[in-house]
Design a protein around this ligand. Structure first.
Ligand SMILES: *[C@@H]1O[C@H](CO)[C@@H](O)[C@H](O)[C@H]1NC(C)=O
Ligand SMILES: *[C@@H]1O[C@H](CO)[C@@H](O)[C@H](O)[C@H]1NC(C)=O
Ligand SMILES: *[C@@H]1O[C@H](CO)[C@@H](O)[C@H](O)[C@H]1NC(C)=O
Ligand SMILES: *[C@@H]1O[C@H](CO)[C@@H](O)[C@H](O)[C@H]1NC(C)=O
Length: 217
């Protein structure tokens, strides 16, 4: 499910939100304050802020305990501000777990497709899952980055999702290297994860009552 939607998804959400709220804004200043707001810099050991006023948090407190992942700096620093100086990566699966309030969430994954220590960028190929949903399947990051070729943000990829997690459960996101006989040294990596709660009235709920819905926005 490697559907490119990039920033347009957030744009669409904001536009929908504005259209929805314009009538009520004139009555009362309705400002939506998300209950959950996570900006995680994966592989970073320090918290930092960027000029866009995001406060990035080190990832160590959100990693599931049983993992053999590494926190590594990128060999070629990105000129773009953001969670791109480090990555969390591994040849074996690793997971993050987020305690969330009930309700729909917007999730954005950040990838900087470059080489990290002795992990060559062309070997990054992996699947990303949350609950019963597969967010990315055998995602070849360098192949996608080379195809995207956005000169203003070279080698940076976003993938965005709207998800309605089961109430009262942590949201787990798992990264699984796509190891095959042909590619025995594939690894999974991630640079940043953002999770923001969304107003429930913006969200399409499956009428058949399945509480778990994931789709690219
Ligand atoms: C980073 O921020 C988190 C959450 O605000 C906090 O728990 C943690 O102690 C901070 N880490 C450092 C290294 O300052
Ligand atoms: C980032 O942290 C600063 C200082 O604690 C705070 O004023 C600001 O609102 C935070 N920004 C976000 C987006 O949470
Ligand atoms: C998420 O992971 C934790 C362990 O890290 C586990 O206890 C919990 O059941 C998992 N939640 C879901 C929804 O899979
Ligand atoms: C990913 O794509 C690159 C081409 O950019 C290719 O060289 C590499 O073998 C692919 N990696 C995997 C693990 O499939």
């Amino acid at each position: 499910m490697d559907t490119t939607c990039k920033q347009s998804a957030l744009g669409t959400i904001l536009l929908l939100f504005l259209l929805w709220c314009l009538p009520c804004l004139s009555i009362a200043d309705v400002i939506y304050h998300p209950l959950d707001l996570f900006s995680i810099s994966c592989g970073s050991s320090t918290n930092f802020s960027t000029l866009d006023t995001r406060n990035w948090t080190a990832d160590i407190n959100f990693l599931s305990q049983t993992h053999h992942s590494l926190a590594v700096p990128s060999l070629t620093p990105s000129t773009i501000q953001g969670p791109y100086t480090h990555a969390r990566l591994s040849h074996s699966p690793f997971s993050y777990s987020f305690p969330l309030t009930p309700g729909p969430k917007f999730i954005r994954l950040f990838f900087y497709s470059t080489s990290y220590q002795n992990f060559h960028r062309s070997k990054a190929c992996f699947t990303v899952k949350t609950g019963p949903y597969t967010l990315l399947q055998d995602f070849n990051a360098s192949l996608n980055a080379d195809a995207d070729n956005d000169p203003s943000q070279p080698d940076i990829l976003f993938r965005e999702y709207c998800i309605n997690p089961q109430d009262g459960e942590n949201l787990n996101i798992t990264f699984i290297p796509s190891t095959t006989a042909q590619h025995p040294d594939s690894y999974a990596f991630i640079n940043g994860i953002e999770i923001v709660s969304m107003p429930s009235y913006l969200y399409y709920t499956n009428p058949r009552g399945n509480r778990w819905i994931a789709h690219t926005c």
